[in-house]
Design a protein around this ligand. Structure first.
Ligand SMILES: Cc1ncc(COP(=O)(O)O)c(C=O)c1O
Length: 468
């Protein structure tokens, strides 16, 4: 494709409150990657460690849900940097806050000394956390570090060795969090992820129930088996410090538990003093239409872990906890960069944007619209076995057969490829799903454009894989 290929549909007009009105739409001037993109991919491949690269999309600049690559292609981003850019790429209010803070004070070791914006951000998080008990905050630089902080605090308080997780969840890759992470064997293989105290039970994955039961007649056997079997055999509850779970399982396939799941779990955990950590690194910060995804399930956890969308792209995370769990002496846990001044400024600006632009409401509204559009596709294509999610975290699960629900990972990978080649970037999740996790500023015309490209990608992938 050498000459400019403008997509047939009309350009999208996006009005970001407080920002300029921009006329946009996917524009492809070269294949993806183009020559400049290819050079960057080659350099990267030579010098960067092998990690989790998904698509050869090489960004030059970005705004809202749009990325311009180094070859001048304008690409629709429905990954938002793996759920980081809740306010969209380079929101002007966040950029301004970062620039101003960088001029004033970049870093002063917020765990050792004091500055007001760190305390202000902690106050904001403490007040937004669910439940009546007073809350406190520990700042981190990433999701995995927030989970580490929660696991350490749970162990310190209970003086118990184990943490209980759900099979198929993702909690990060540092050694403590990794003992809980279990969404793919590649994450654990060869690392000896077994000695860190993480133990697991099957997750409430209703679409492919591990016990082959049906909700609601299952009576939540996947939860109740903890008390019936595990507590009475391999997992004495007195040895478990905390239950660590994503309210909506992210990397593991956008699995939404039944609405009463966490209530049933808490009823079994609380009598034994087992703490509940809600890992909201992906599902939190408004993505499900509520500040915290656990609020959809009518329970109050003891700790919340967050990162990603908290800083709109600046690396900041936090662990928000019931104040009664705080350490009683100095030095038990700390770090160097946690609560970094620029990260805090970005985060406070992020909260302002969320409130000013009503992004929680937009997540609910656009999430419902996106789900409706994807369900229409499910009606047309048998290979889409399931459309599931909450708010603006929605996935389509590809199957070889609708009855057996056998995973179709090759088809999923091909759809992802066909989509980015058409200017729509997406990420997989679970064994055969593709997730839609756009910025929370996304508007209906952008969803329409994404779904239109997605449908073309599904059709092309079916042909390419011979699945149809
Ligand atoms: C639920 C959850 N917890 C923890 C993490 C780890 O976050 P990070 O990659 O910032 O360490 C992730 C990352 O995707 C996540 O989705």
């Amino acid at each position: 494709m050498s000459s400019a290929v403008k997509r047939a549909m009309p350009p999208t007009t996006v009005a970001v409150t407080g920002g300029p009105k921009n006329v946009r739409g996917v524009v492809l001037k070269t294949p993806i990657p183009g020559p400049k993109g290819k050079a960057v991919v080659d350099l990267d491949t030579q010098y960067l460690m092998t990690s989790t690269k998904t698509a050869p999309v090489v960004a030059q600049s970005a705004k809202g849900v749009w990325v311009t690559d180094v070859d001048g292609n304008r690409i629709l981003d429905f990954t938002s940097g793996v759920g980081v850019l809740g306010t969209g790429h380079c929101h002007p209010a966040v950029v301004e806050a970062v620039q101003n803070q960088a001029k004033e004070l970049m870093h002063f070791a917020g765990t050792d000394f004091y500055y007001e914006i760190q305390a202000r951000l902690a106050e904001k998080l403490a007040k937004l956390a669910p439940g009546k008990n007073p809350k406190k905050v520990f700042f981190t630089n990433s999701g995995t570090e927030s989970v580490e902080a929660a696991v350490k605090m749970a162990r310190w308080n209970t003086q118990r060795p184990l943490t209980l997780g759900l099979i198929g969840s993702f909690h990060g890759r540092s050694m403590g969090a990794l003992t809980l992470t279990s969404s793919k064997p590649a994450q654990r293989r060869r690392f000896n992820a077994y000695t860190g105290g993480g133990v697991h039970i099957p997750a409430p994955t209703c679409y492919r129930c591990p016990y082959k039961l049906e909700y609601p007649s299952c009576d939540l056997y996947c939860a109740k088996i903890l008390e019936e079997l595990y507590f009475n055999t391999v997992l004495p509850p007195e040895d478990i410090a905390a239950f660590v779970a994503e309210p909506v399982i992210g990397e593991g396939g956008y699995v939404v538990p039944p609405k009463e799941y966490f209530q049933v779990m808490q009823r079994m955990l609380k009598p034994h003093g087992i703490l509940h950590v809600s890992d909201e690194v992906q599902a939190g910060m408004g993505r499900t239409g509520k500040w915290w995804a656990i609020e959809n399930f009518g329970v109050v956890p003891d700790m919340i872990t967050t990162a990603k969308a908290l800083g709109s792209g600046m690396p900041i995370g936090a662990m928000v906890f019931d104040a009664k769990l705080d350490y009683t002496y100095q030095g038990a846990h700390s770090n160097t960069y946690g609560g970094n001044a620029v990260g805090c400024a970005a985060s406070l600006a992020t909260f302002d944007v969320f409130e000013r632009e009503h992004l929680l409401d937009n997540a609910t509204k656009q999430g419902a619209y996106l789900t409706k559009r994807l369900k229409e596709l499910q009606g047309k294509y048998d290979c889409i076995g399931d459309v599931r999610g909450l708010g603006l975290m929605v996935a389509t699960d590809f199957v070889k057969d609708r009855t057996t629900r056998e995973h179709a990972p090759k088809l999923r990978d091909e759809v992802e490829k066909q989509a980015y080649q058409r200017g729509l970037v997406l990420l997989g999740c679970g064994r055969s799903a593709i997730r839609f996790i756009p910025a929370l500023i996304v508007k209906e015309p952008e969803i329409d454009e994404a779904v239109e490209i997605y449908e073309q990608a599904v059709g092309a992938a079916l042909k390419a894989t011979g699945a149809n």
